[in-house]
Design a protein around this ligand. Structure first.
Ligand code: UN1
Length: 513
């Protein structure tokens, strides 16, 4: 049912296509156990990937450690040049990789392309950054002394990524880590392993063309048990993990137990506040894209709308109308707005959430449901739903990775809405729709949103790579991507140099011999 040539796409990405679309990537540390990757688009098997064994992992770590000893000695701008070449290759492979993302993960082709664009953008960002890994210079309190700080490469970085952004989140991490002089071992989600192999093939080509060690970029495959190889490994100073809060708590504990660093990008429970001064048209576009884009499977997806009582009915009606226009179906067909959920397990969670919200007293204003029949054979297509709910409902407090939007009413001034918006355990993304300067500034103030991302007159999802990305509270506190997020991939050193013949001590301490 796909309207493209699967074999051709896989070949373009360096994946060996075998008859009915089964593919294997190059993986020299293979075990006999495999992960089968089924497309949520049509339910067909796309390919099989070998699961990495402990022995295979040890070989990977050896290759990575050797590569690090080499790579860290290359000047950062040289490392930037390699990342530039990687970005160039991504430009050439953009369509093929975008299609694979769409077919293996189920997001729309446009969003698949957008994801590859994020990879290209972070490469460009990293290239510039490779000449800007600045430390500060300070004035010493002692005469004839100079103080400064510098950033050195950290080591082997472990990256654990989720199915919903199967290629971009890796790139945010790895492009920065590489220019910082680190090498990376990546465990992609076991739900999208072919995306991982396709990316690995692209960077492997760049490394080979430049005669560089292949260990600069390593890939391991498997579920959480393979992820544990990374989290338990004291040779890995930094683990960057994206996924559920449940997973993040396990990773955080494990890595902290060996005093490693972790960069966590976990669940969100993102809300848009809609005040009486909101532009309703913009609100509807922002809310609908935020709630149903990627079938509600972004960590930045809009889960809650907190609407002032005076416009509650009007907004509800406009949203209901907009939802009637939504076309659900094959995400590779550009006519469709909403593709499938990742798998049947996700469909069950969606159904469960809809049942719970009604049990707790919520009212469905746009009914959900699982689609079946022609075009929906994978069983993963669901109808986006809207429910009027209370923020205190257990199900509203919980992040369900599905297109379910909760409408919550507030009264009085904007501080009441902010109170509701902050009244969840997660703290990733947030937004306010208003043309009122006072409301907007209150939302951004110290008493405002407690999230890592706070937007005005934009929805909660679709962050640009130039800003630091991440959130507070149960979202885990990590920052990836732009701004100074690079610092976490380096070790910091303060240096004090004495260019006199005296040895004065700091704090004026006298120690005469
Ligand atoms: C994620 O869902 O894990 O802001 C990342 C966005 C995207 C990234 C989302 N740029 O929606």
């Amino acid at each position: 049912m796909t309207d493209f040539d699967l074999t051709e796409m896989l070949q373009e990405l360096g994946l060996k296509a075998i008859n009915n679309g089964t593919s294997t990537g190059k993986n020299s540390f293979a075990s006999n156990e495999t992960i089968e990757s089924y497309s949520p688009v049509d339910g067909l098997l796309i390919g099989k990937v070998s699961i990495t064994t402990k022995e295979g992992y040890e070989k990977v770590m050896m290759t990575a450690s050797e590569a690090f000893a080499f790579w860290r000695n290359k000047p950062a701008p040289f490392r930037g040049e390699i990342v530039r070449q990687f970005g160039q290759k991504l430009r050439v492979k953009k369509e093929a990789l975008g299609k694979l993302v769409s077919y293996e993960m189920g997001k729309s082709y446009q969003e698949g392309l957008g994801e590859v664009q994020e990879m290209i953008d972070i490469c460009d960002f990293a290239v510039g950054l490779s000449r800007q890994l600045h430390g500060l210079t300070m004035h010493s309190e002692r005469p004839g002394h100079r103080m400064y700080e510098q950033y050195h490469p950290l080591g082997v970085v472990g990256i654990i990524s989720a199915f919903n952004f199967p290629v971009a989140v890796w790139a945010w991490n790895t492009a920065l880590a590489w220019i910082c002089g680190d090498v990376c071992v990546w465990k992609p989600s076991e739900k999208t392993p072919l995306c991982g192999i396709a990316c690995q093939q692209i960077i492997a080509e760049v490394l080979a063309e430049n005669n560089l060690p292949e260990g600069i970029s390593c890939l391991i495959n498997g579920d959480y048990k393979v992820g544990e190889f990374l989290t338990k490994d004291a040779r890995i100073p930094l683990i960057s993990a994206t996924g559920s809060t449940r997973m993040g708590k396990i990773v955080a504990k494990e890595v902290a137990g060996r005093l490693g660093k972790s960069l966590l990008e976990l669940g969100g429970n993102n809300a848009i506040i809609v005040t009486p001064d909101a532009d309703i048209k913009m609100t509807v576009i922002g809310a609908v894209f935020g709630a149903v884009g990627t079938a509600g499977q972004r960590c930045t997806s809009t889960r809650r709308l907190i609407i002032h009582e005076s416009i509650f009915d009007k907004v509800t009606e406009a949203l209901t109308k907009a939802y009637q226009q939504l076309r659900i179906g094959n995400p590779l067909d550009e006519k469709n707005h909403v593709g499938p959920l990742i798998d049947i397990h996700a469909v069950k969670m969606y159904e469960n959430a809809l049942q719970k919200v009604v049990e707790e007293g919520g009212k469905l204003v746009v009914e959900g449901g699982v689609l079946s029949g022609n075009g929906y054979k994978s069983g993963c297509y669901v109808k986006p739903a809207i429910a009027i709910a209370n923020n205190s409902f257990a199900i509203v407090q919980h992040e369900t990775f599905a297109p379910i939007l909760y409408l919550i009413k507030y009264s009085g001034d904007v501080m009441n809405a902010i109170h509701i918006q902050n009244g969840v355990a997660q703290g990733l993304s947030s937004a306010i729709m208003t043309n009122n300067l006072r409301e907007a500034e209150a939302f951004l103030s110290v008493n405002g949103s407690d999230c890592g991302i706070a937007n005005v007159n934009i929805g909660t999802s679709g962050a640009e790579i130039g800003g630091a990305f991440g959130g507070e509270k149960e979202t885990g506190g990590g920052r990836e991507s732009g701004s100074d997020a690079w610092k976490v991939y380096m070790r910091r050193q303060t240096n004090t140099i004495n260019y006199t013949t005296e040895l004065p001590l700091a704090q004026g301490i006298k120690f005469d011999l």
